[in-house]
Design a binder for this molecule. Structure first.
Ligand code: GLU
Ligand code: ZN
Length: 492
């Protein structure tokens, strides 16, 4: 028996498509809830739909959870007392339980054809009656069954809903009641014998002794059916308890529309490829329906675990705000120690992200410039453009930046600056600054105006990391060479 004080939660995605933020938010809330309470996180794969499920998607799910650091105590590759944790490997269990439910009268064969169901639904709708399944096959006589079979009809298995209201205390939304006319009998096994989500999901929650089901609001309508099924499972001796349910609020995207898993900004891979830190993304996603405190929205995963309580989840829809996600990620980038930052960025400075030959990468130059870059990034992939001047043979060519910086008499300014820089102390950014400042003074230019042509000549860009530190790290020869190249271009 599970101790009543240690929750067992589950994350049970279907392996279809790419992982999306809604899915990750569900995983995160379950994980934080389990870790906070010292409970158990069960990871189950709901792969009973062979037509839609894919091995690629399955592998991506595992990889995504690992990247995020959301570990599980029971599940794929880990095993556990309720293995296997892939539903495709549990088909015998479902067949057995479906039969026992049927033997006990909790389910029955339904012979209605789709056309008949559609027709009766239309009639009910027109008459203003509830339009769900009408119970037609609930109590067929042996004779009727015989007749249907002779006609060559096939049957599905339908669960018999109790004729009474179902009330439960949602952990997020409080007490909810569903009346019988809104929750008709529903299919649990297809005509070909394949069990449906409606059966396998609550059956596994029961067998795996799940205590709390935390999932998206889109599944709320299945909860009264599942509670009824849990009661039936208790009745046939398969289970001892009904789990508690908590439905996490919808996540709204652009234009206040529900964020769909097909929206590009919903794709987890996108955030990963842009160089979100796992802790930055988790911090942001935890705020979709929950808050850490009134005056703090940056926190570590450990702090999240320490504070997380499902009772604090807000039932109102949450809004997905990319700008806020980025700002939070930028804060997490700043919180890294320099060494961790340097290492985290490195993949973006190598193939396939880098636009310079692999052998041009210079670890020492990177380590020297990294501290100046850390405060400037929103996502790690921003690093490539910020430091490419160090690794490209020639700075990027951007005509707009060039035109913007090379105003007035850039030849005169650059010629003077080059001469003064050539005589300066290249181990001191202050000395390099003094050289450019002095060159500007000779031509009546303030530092900002004087350094713009130098920056574009050396880095190709009008904005970037602190210029004089950049020059020092690039080195005297390469810097002067680039100023010469710019002068040659201006003369042409
Ligand atoms: N496999 C279901 C889904 O991905 C799980 C729903 C649930 O959490 O009950 O939608
Ligand atoms: Zn029927």
């Amino acid at each position: 028996m599970v101790n009543a004080t240690t929750p067992r939660v589950r994350f049970c995605p279907s392996p279809t498509g790419n992982p999306h933020v809604g899915l990750v938010r569900t995983a995160l809330f379950n994980w934080a809830f389990a870790r906070h309470a010292g409970g158990t996180m069960v990871f189950r794969i709901e792969d009973t739909d062979a037509a839609r499920d894919s091995e690629e998607s399955y592998n991506q799910l595992l990889d995504s959870l690992r990247w995020l650091g959301l570990d599980w105590d029971e599940g794929p590759e880990k095993g556990g007392p309720h293995a296997p944790y892939r539903q495709s490997q549990r088909m015998d269990i479902y067949a057995d339980i479906a039969k026992r439910l049927q033997d006990a009268g909790h389910a029955y064969d339904c012979y209605c054809t789709t056309a008949e169901l559609d027709e009766r639904r239309d009639v009910a709708r027109k008459a203003g009656r509830p339009s769900g399944y009408d119970g037609h096959c609930r109590d067929l006589t042996a004779g009727q069954v015989e007749e249907y079979r002779t006609e060559g009809r096939t049957s599905i298995v339908r669960f018999r809903m109790p004729d009474e209201a179902i009330t439960f205390e949602d952990l997020v939304r409080g007490e909810l009641t569903f009346t019988p006319e809104n929750v008709p009998d529903y299919g649990i096994v297809r005509a070909n014998g394949a069990p449906l989500y409606t059966l396998v999901n609550p059956v596994d929650d029961a067998l795996m002794e799940i205590t709390h089901v935390l999932r998206g609001e889109d599944l709320l309508s299945s909860t009264p059916r599942q509670i009824a099924l849990h009661k039936a499972l208790i009745d046939i001796g398969v289970s001892q308890r009904i789990p508690l349910f908590g439905h996490l609020p919808y996540v709204m995207g652009e234009g206040n529309k529900k964020l769909s898993k097909r929206d590009p900004e919903a794709s987890l891979n996108l955030y990963r490829e842009r160089g979100f830190l796992p802790e930055g993304l988790l911090n942001y996603l935890s705020l979709l329906g929950w808050s850490f405190s009134a005056d703090q929205d940056i926190f570590s995963v450990a702090e999240l675990v320490e504070r997380f309580d499902i009772a604090d989840v807000n039932a109102n829809p949450a809004r997905f705000d990319l700008k806020k996600a980025e700002a939070i990620n930028a804060d997490h980038i700043r919180l890294l120690d320099v060494k961790a930052f340097t290492e985290a960025c490195t993949p973006w400075l190598r193939a396939p992200h880098a636009n310079w030959p692999e052998e041009n990468f210079d670890q020492a130059a990177w380590e020297a410039i990294a501290p100046y870059a850390q405060t400037r990034l929103t996502v790690l992939s921003d690093i490539t453009a910020n430091v490419d001047f160090l690794f490209l043979d020639r700075p990027v060519e951007d005509e707009a930046s060039w035109a913007k910086a090379m105003k007035g008499d850039p030849v005169a300014l650059l010629t003077t600056a080059r001469a003064k820089l050539a005589d300066a102390d290249w181990t001191s950014p202050e000395a390099l600054k003094a050289a450019v400042l002095a060159a500007g003074e000779e031509h009546g230019l303030k530092l900002g105006k004087a350094q713009a042509p130098v920056r574009v000549a050396v880095t190709g860009r009008t904005v970037g990391l602190p210029l004089f530190e950049s020059l020092e790290i690039l080195g005297r020869d390469r810097s002067l060479e680039r100023i010469d190249a710019a002068l040659a271009k201006l003369a042409a």
